[in-house]
Write a protein that binds this ligand. Structure first.
Ligand SMILES: [Zn+2]
Length: 163
């Protein structure tokens, strides 16, 4: 596993049937770093933020949102899946399995978010359409299934009984 330089371009934004998504440029092997999430850390979540610590929510750069810039902070287009091909290792998106060029990159939002700002009914196709609301709302079985990929800040908080 290698560290990735900021700004490395390994993925591109494309249209999907339901909006936009982020797609791999190149093949990736299990554990490969695909991109780093960059932006501004705030204390509360938004529809675009990814939780990187107990009170830390990384938001896309404001200018990227204001300018509708699909290059800068393009990680905000990563879609959720209940059977994802990536996971967030701190601020690094890594491949959970082999990824082919052109494949859409996804991760499980329940593995980074404690309680989501904007819950939604899942349309990933791998689940029964259950609501994605964050780790706080998962039962013990659902948490156990995510042990390998849930962010440390979620597991720590669950263990300390703030659920
Ligand atoms: Zn799903």
């Amino acid at each position: 596993m290698h560290a990735l330089q900021q700004g490395t371009t390994n993925a591109t934004v494309r249209n999907t049937p339901t909006g936009c998504g982020l797609f791999a440029h190149a093949a990736a092997a299990v554990g490969d770093a695909i991109l780093e999430v960059d932006g501004e850390v705030l204390a509360s979540p938004s529809v675009y933020s990814v939780q990187v610590g107990e009170q830390e929510h990384l938001h896309p750069h404001r200018d990227a949102l204001a300018n509708d810039d699909t290059e800068r902070s393009r990680w905000r287009f990563l879609n959720h899946s209940c059977d994802p091909n990536c996971w967030m290792d701190g601020r690094t998106l890594r491949a959970r399995r082999a990824i082919a060029p052109g494949e859409q990159l996804t991760f499980d939002y329940n593995c980074t978010e404690w309680s989501m700002d904007t819950p939604f009914d899942c349309a990933c196709g791998a689940c029964n359409g259950s609501q994605v609301r964050g780790y706080a709302h998962l039962d013990a079985d659902a948490r156990a299934r995510r042990d390998a990929h849930a962010a440390p800040h979620l597991r720590a908080r669950a263990m300390h009984g703030h659920a």
